[in-house]
Design a protein around this ligand. Sequence first.
Ligand code: HEC
Length: 282
Amino acid sequence: MKSRRYFQATKSVAAFAAILIAGMVSGLPRVQAQDGNEALLIQNGLTIVPVPLNLSGKDLNLVGLGSYLVNAAGDCNGCHTAGGPPNFDYAAGRNPYFGQPKMIDPAVYLSGGRNFGPVGTPTGPSGYGGPAIIARNLTPNYAGLPEGGHTLSQFKQIMKTGVDFDHIHPTCTAAQLTAIEGGATPVCIPAGQGNRPEGILLQVMPWPTFQNMTDHALEAIYEYLSAIPCIDNTTSMPPAGAPNELRNQCTQPPTAPATVPADAGGTPLSSMELRSHSPQRQ
Ligand code: HEC
């Protein structure tokens, strides 16, 4: 009996090894499409959504799969939340780490704002480590585009390459490095010896992992992020004086008038200045 079981186990190990070897010889083993499995993920995703969704014009299958990837696998809200201690992304009294029944805090869900501090070891002159890296707002903007207004194609590029279209913390120029020696703290990343963070690339954000996702998975995340409620935190951005990394507005920003009245005097305000609720970048 014992030996028969052993024989069967050996047989399946041998079969598995044969598949592996076949895979190594002729590329990866071919897999069959598992539609049933994706349906389960979609169903699960739709069950665990922690906020009301705007499903108008959305593909429910993509939304469900996106929710699964955001809420069950990617832990996007673990970083992209403004919630601070003691409950972070959970509602007060509903923190599972305190043994309470779990509930995500919808007031800060994916609204960005968590401060990760400067990038790694101090690399610049005078021990300057660069600006604080702050998780960005992933909720849709006033036009319904997720994560503050990026298109699907931009979103895919961000997730696959870590490119920062907002250029929020470029690599320091030579002039900025000199200014840092004089005590300035510009919003740029100093590239130093042995540790050379690239200012153009998103830091902390796990894009080197997420870039392994399929296009279909990224499209699902984008669709889900289009369906969640907008949270405007252009005025409540930690820390004080940080650049406007969260820049998300739920209502259309006022546009500058084309001309100013003759008696107004002075120079016309730029549209940036008119957005008084939008903090200035440093
Ligand atoms: C470990 C923390 C962490 C996790 C987990 C994380 N992010 Fe991020 N993400 C960040 C930080 C921090 C930034 C800003 C980085 C910077 O400024 O250099 C960022 C930036 C982004 C940006 C760029 C936004 C913009 O406006 O350019 C996108 C898009 C994004 N994250 C999507 C996601 C998605 C989707 C998930 C889940 C699948 C996720 N992130 C999970 C930390 C995280």
